[in-house]
Design a protein around this ligand. Structure first.
Ligand code: NAP
Length: 338
């Protein structure tokens, strides 16, 4: 094994703080790579649910405890974790082993050097982009009902969206809030039928179909939301203390579009082992890897993200140590033994 360590230069910087990133960190650190995780926060979309029943090894576990376990394991394995938002990754020069070197920049103005980068920061909640949304972020506007709904016990809230996330948020809110306005831009939901029926049964949920949020108003914290009927164009102001934006998520890859190849949805295209490509080209970009929900992989599942994080870390190790990936199919091994 070659030694990668050089002062102030990481072997791998992993961008992200959820299943793919933390699994990559566990594997990278356990391979004695000098590993830095840079994450805005820990847990990603998994923290938006308190009941995960399909992650192997746990009959049922909350997203927050599961992600905290992964974080603890990554740090115990030797990974450093910095809480910052990455807003730039660029190749700066060849490293000491004739490999590229990367500069990872953060919104805090910090810059970190690394011999390789694993992009694994998942998806980001979609925003409404209406007046007041930014101003009242964390002061009444939330993108995580599981995390924040209890703060509005006994109060009125609006949940925006028409998918399973919005339906679940409304159903959850109806158990603890005084009243929930479910604001959907169309006249049909796109969630599970059983969930739609459950929501329709709740007496303290008022469904506002064909309705769009035009503005979120407040005075320090949110006190109302302006809704427009998209059929009649009539607007009305509804008094609420919380607005839960549950309208899906987006892949924020704008800042890496000059670094890696993206598909039409803005997802990073990777090989089966997590190698990214040069933008607009069909050749692999040395030293750049990606894993999890921000890649083109169709199954956006926690266990898939973890598996992809593992593959990307092992592929990074192979890249830095000059080893080839070994592919040994189980059935070949068994055949040889017999
Ligand atoms: P989603 O299924 O993409 O639904 C997003 C909803 O938000 C849609 O109803 C959409 O309206 C609406 N929307 C999008 N942009 C909007 C905007 N700018 N303004 C107003 N409304 C907007 O997203 P999701 O509900 O977060 O679910 C994501 C995935 O996770 C889905 O596959 C879902 O089934 C899954 N999920 C599963 C569970 C579960 O299994 N228990 C729970 C939650 C989520 P339109 O309908 O008009 O497009």
């Amino acid at each position: 094994m070659v030694s990668f360590s050089e002062e102030n230069i990481y072997d791998v910087i992993i961008v992200g703080g959820a299943a793919a990133a933390l699994t990559a960190a566990i594997y990278a650190a356990r391979r004695a790579m000098k590993t830095l995780v840079i994450a805005k926060s820990i847990g990603g979309q998994a923290t938006m649910t308190d009941s995960i029943e399909n992650y192997p090894g746990f009959l049922r576990i909350g997203g927050v405890p599961l992600m905290n376990k992964m974080l603890k394991q990554a740090m115990k394995s030797g990974a450093e974790v910095f809480y910052e938002e990455v807003n730039g990754v660029e190749e700066i020069q060849k490293g000491n082993v004739d490999k590229p070197l990367f500069l990872v920049k953060t919104t805090a103005g910090n810059k970190y050097k690394s011999k390789s980068v694993i992009l694994a920061y998942g998806k980001t909640p979609r925003t409404l982009d209406v007046p007041g949304e930014g101003e009242f972020g964390a002061k009444g506007v939330s993108y995580c009902a599981t995390c924040d709904m209890p703060l509005y016990a006994g109060k009125n809230v609006a949940v925006v969206g028409g998918g399973n996330s919005a339906l679940e948020a409304a159903e959850y809110g109806s158990k603890i809030c005084k009243k929930v306005y479910l604001v959907h831009r169309r006249d049909q939901f796109r969630g599970f039928e059983s969930l739609v029926e459950e929501v329709k049964k709740r007496k303290n949920i008022e469904i506002l179909y064909n309705s769009a949020v035009k503005e979120i108003k407040g005075d320090g914290t949110v006190h109302s939301v302006v809704i427009q009927d998209v059929v009649t164009n009539k607007t009305r102001e509804i008094p609420v203390n919380g607005v839960f934006v549950e309208i899906g998520s987006v892949t924020k890859t704008e800042f890496v579009k000059n670094l890696v190849k993206l598909d039409q949805l803005g997802q990073i295209i990777v090989t089966n082992n997590g190698n990214a490509y040069y933008p607009g080209r069909d050749d692999i970009r040395p030293g750049v890897f990606a894993a999890g929900d921000l890649t083109q992989t169709p199954f956006k599942q926690l266990v898939v993200s973890a598996g992809e994080g593992c593959k990307a870390a092992l592929q990074t190790y192979n890249y830095l140590s000059g080893q080839q990936a070994t592919f040994v199919a189980d059935w070949v091994s068994k055949k040889k033994k017999s």
